[in-house]
Design a binder for this molecule. Structure first.
Ligand SMILES: Nc1ncnc2c1ncn2[C@@H]1O[C@H](COP(=O)(O)OP(=O)(O)OP(=O)(O)O)[C@@H](O)[C@H]1O
Ligand SMILES: [Mg+2]
Length: 342
């Protein structure tokens, strides 16, 4: 049992509330991703969970046991940082064995060897066990960093943007790898990133963090389809949800408090006699799909289309919004639910 529970955590640095009354439960075997911009409090939340930082208020529970005030070692958590933290002159083998050779653990060398080999096989690094850390590529180093966290089979993994220093292609393969390892081990992971694609693909549930506050927690699809605020809506999806003033769209029957209208780029259709007239201002080809930037009045919106559409810049077209997919927000950016249909 390695459930993590954060209860009403608060941590201030001077006048800044880095983490503000944050509560979150990561179930045993669950992969939860905290997503937020720089300065949102992601790292501080992880450090509080790890015991590297003490909260001003609130409590941390691991496996049902309160651990607030205990040291990281007493919590038995593994932390993977953004930068690889390998010992450069050690071999891969010795880097992986390091946590097992900690004083007090006293594993016989034979048992260490078999555990390290098992982890190396899982990471597809058996053939590199005798390489020094300095003789590895960035992706290999990061795999060893993750392996070093895995080797002890801790209660809980805390990962702080572990893939952010890798190039796009490696990041993608490591993402798939990490998800597979997590499933195989049934590991409990709290993972932090500002990369929405990582959040969407890795997470069982995502927590959206904004100014130290958790503003929404839910399955990726659930947050994508039902964001609680403009902020949460724009955190997921690329290009992000279009946010427009309702006057620009001439939509009837909007709730009176609707100050901003949200529509995803894939929920805009081109053509139709009754559509709004716009001009194609930009085209971005992404392979199978493309993004068109449309200008109308003083507004701009992005439309996601399949690449077979014949469009050129400067062309005049019409567009309509999928009415069922429109989301209304108030002037503070909070979601307002549409009035019940008459
Ligand atoms: N040791 C510290 N001393 C003072 N302020 C700090 C300290 N650690 C964090 N902060 C502040 O707390 C806030 C949250 O920082 P944190 O590092 O948790 O953000 P983050 O979401 O991890 O950001 P990033 O995406 O840039 O890593 C920021 O305003 C930061 O400046
Ligand atoms: Mg950080």
């Amino acid at each position: 049992m390695s459930e993590l529970r954060l209860e009403n955590l608060r941590k201030t640095f001077g006048a800044i509330a880095a983490v503000d009354d944050l509560s979150l439960r990561v179930a045993d075997g669950e992969f939860v991703v905290l997503l937020g911009p720089t300065g949102a409090g992601k790292t501080t939340t992880l450090r509080l969970a790890a015991g590297l930082e003490n909260p001003d208020a609130g409590a941390v529970f691991i496996g049902g046991r309160e651990v607030t005030g205990l040291t990281p070692a007493e919590r038995d958590v593994a932390f993977v940082f953004q930068q690889y933290s390998l010992y450069p002159h050690y071999t891969v083998f010795d880097n992986l064995a390091f946590p097992l050779r900690a004083p007090g653990r006293k594993w016989p060398e034979e048992r260490i060897r078999s555990r390290v080999e098992e982890i190396a096989a899982m990471l597809d690094m058996e053939h590199k066990l005798q390489n020094r850390a300095t003789q590895l590529s960035g992706g290999e180093m990061q795999r060893v960093s993750i392996g070093r966290a895995l080797v002890r089979a801790p209660n809980l993994f805390l990962m702080d943007e572990p893939l952010s220093s890798l190039d796009a292609k490696l990041r993608e393969s490591m993402r798939v790898e990490l998800k597979r390892i997590q499933r195989d081990l049934g590991a409990t992971i709290l993972y932090v990133t500002h990369d929405q694609l990582e959040a969407m693909t890795l997470a069982d549930r995502i927590g959206i963090l904004e100014d130290g506050k958790l503003v929404q927690v839910g399955a990726p699809r659930e947050i994508y389809e039902n964001p609680v605020s403009v902020h949460a809506a724009r955190r997921l999806g690329s290009p992000p949800m279009n946010i427009l003033p309702p006057q620009a769209l001439g939509l009837p029957d909007l709730p009176p408090a609707a100050a901003q209208i949200g529509i995803r780029p894939e929920d805009v259709e081109l053509g139709g006699d009754s559509g709004i007239v716009a001009r194609v201002e930009s085209l971005e080809h992404l392979g199978a799909s493309m993004v068109a930037g449309l200008g109308f009045g003083n507004e701009r919106l992005h439309v996601l289309l399949d690449d077979s559409q014949r469009l050129r810049r400067g062309q005049q077209i019409t567009f309509t919004l999928n009415r069922e997919k429109i989301i209304c927000f108030d002037s503070q950016g909070r979601r307002i639910d549409a009035p019940p249909a008459a």
